[in-house]
Design a protein around this ligand. Structure first.
Ligand SMILES: Cc1cc2nc3c(=O)[nH]c(=O)nc-3n(C[C@H](O)[C@H](O)[C@H](O)COP(=O)(O)OP(=O)(O)OC[C@H]3O[C@@H](n4cnc5c(N)ncnc54)[C@H](O)[C@@H]3O)c2cc1C
Length: 412
């Protein structure tokens, strides 16, 4: 679209497709601003810039979406063969069209940006937790059954909202990054790991693994800290960022182990396949609201427990969890079809589940992590106050998008 800005193009498209009322007041409508509104819409007219975004997770996608809408020329470079980053719905390894979340899954009611974009893209929401059946609590190998209402009134952890208030995106969390990506399609380059970023008074130059160089006015880097040191920056980043990306800003471990079953045998006992254990772990049945008979159970492990599981071979991981779960779902060994796991520490492009700094690390480094350095801006859940949430990725992405939008096109 050489002669139109994206904003003008969208406006004209809306007129053609009847998105705006044309019937009786065509002249008036033509003078109005486009009817585009999104939770993070960028306001004001600023010079258009060439922006290169590194990473197509929620931070990069939300920033890229809004910058594009505001008339900037955006290119997103992503190392993986898919968008979404730590939003990753596993779909291929299960039968009957079942799926399960390796990363982001539940959304609390105050995460206005996450919910706002789900609404913006018309993605329906469902309750996250089952609305019937017994939940299980396993402590010291003794199983207690918890009635539905008692569980729903409780909380996954003390400072969180109640179980009953969490929702999920119907059909899988990856539908949210996919919705952004459908709009940005021709601007995203997958399997394009960035290897170096150089800036000088003429611009910023991004080199990827096949040697191609991209030139821009600004770069937005959304790469998680544990894998940020795979990019060579010239000049070097600040000492605080170097510290944070060299292990000075802790990340949590998390691993999810999935098991598929030919039948939801736990239902024979009135169980819904959900609960907790004192290992500690969360037990989820991602298929609870989908047609049977097959079902998936998931063990959600964090911190030391995730590290313990990561140290085992794939078959030993499955056996380890099955052995413990004989006390949760008696007879489980007789029903399991297969298992698989996803470790975020072992994940090549994450190196950890989410930023989990000590109080001291947070106090010293938090302010520096999201701070722009010349033409390079920084975002991602680690650069927000919502560590471990899509909300943090989006809020930081929009903060950086605003910085870029409002910046002068050339540094002086
Ligand atoms: C186990 C787990 C459970 C979670 N549960 C929830 C939940 O229930 N609800 C919720 O809201 N959030 C949850 N989250 C958090 C949420 O998934 C993340 O906060 C959010 O997705 C992070 O987005 P991001 O854009 O900051 O980072 P990422 O999603 O990690 O995106 C960064 C992108 O950069 C790419 N990249 C890295 N290096 C390079 C490079 N050199 N060149 C090019 N690209 C590169 C990566 O491949 C990745 O796609 C969970 C996360 C995990 C791991």
């Amino acid at each position: 679209m050489p002669d139109l800005t994206r904003r003008e193009f969208l406006f004209k498209t809306m007129l053609i497709t009847g998105g705006l009322a044309l019937a009786s007041c065509e002249d008036e409508v033509q003078d109005e601003e486009p009817d585009y509104e999104s939770p993070g819409m960028l306001l004001g007219d600023y010079p258009p810039k060439n922006v290169i975004i590194v990473g197509a997770g929620m931070a990069g996608l939300s920033a890229g979406y809004e910058l594009t809408h505001a008339g900037h020329n955006v290119t997103i470079l992503e190392a993986r063969s898919r968008v979404g980053g730590r939003v990753h719905t596993h779909r291929n390894e299960f039968s009957d069209g079942h799926f399960a979340e390796a990363g982001a899954a539940r959304i609390p009611p105050d995460h206005d940006m996450t919910l706002g974009y789900a609404d913006h893209f018309n993605l329906p929401l469902d309750p996250f937790y089952p609305q019937s059946g017994f939940f299980v609590y396993l402590s010291e190998n003794t199983r207690t059954l918890i009635p539905t209402n008692d569980f729903l009134e409780g909380r996954p952890w003390p400072t969180s909202v109640q179980h009953k208030d969490y929702v999920k995106i119907r059909g899988g969390t990856d539908l949210l990054p996919t919705a952004f990506a459908e709009y940005l399609a021709d601007q995203i380059q997958l399997m394009t790991p960035v290897e170096s970023i150089t800036q000088n008074s003429g611009g910023v130059f991004v080199r990827v693994s096949d040697g191609t160089e991209f030139t821009g006015d600004r770069v937005l880097c959304t790469v998680p800290l544990p894998v940020l040191n795979r990019i060579q920056f010239s000049p070097q980043l600040s000492s605080e960022k170097l510290d944070a990306m060299s292990g000075g800003y802790n990340y949590a471990s998390s691993t999810r182990l999935f098991m598929q079953f030919a039948e939801r045998f736990w239902e024979n006992e009135g169980l819904n396949g959900w609960g907790y254990s004192d290992w500690p772990e969360e037990i989820w049945q991602p298929t609870w609201d989908r047609e049977g008979p097959r079902g998936i159970l998931m063990s959600y492990l964090r911190y030391d427990r995730a590290d313990e599981l990561d140290a085992l071979s794939a078959s030993n991981q499955l056996e380890h969890v099955l052995n413990r779960w004989e006390n949760v779902f008696p007879g489980i060994h007789d029903h399991v079809e297969h298992g698989s796991s996803h470790s975020w520490v072992k994940d090549e492009w994450s190196g950890g589940a989410w930023a989990s700094p000590t109080e001291e690390q947070y106090e010293v480094l938090e302010h520096h992590i999201g701070e722009a350095e010349g033409r390079i801006h920084f975002a991602g859940e680690h650069a927000s106050d919502y560590h471990g949430w899509m909300q943090g990725a989006i809020v930081s992405g929009l903060r950086a998008a605003t910085e870029i939008h409002e910046s002068a096109s050339l540094l002086t």
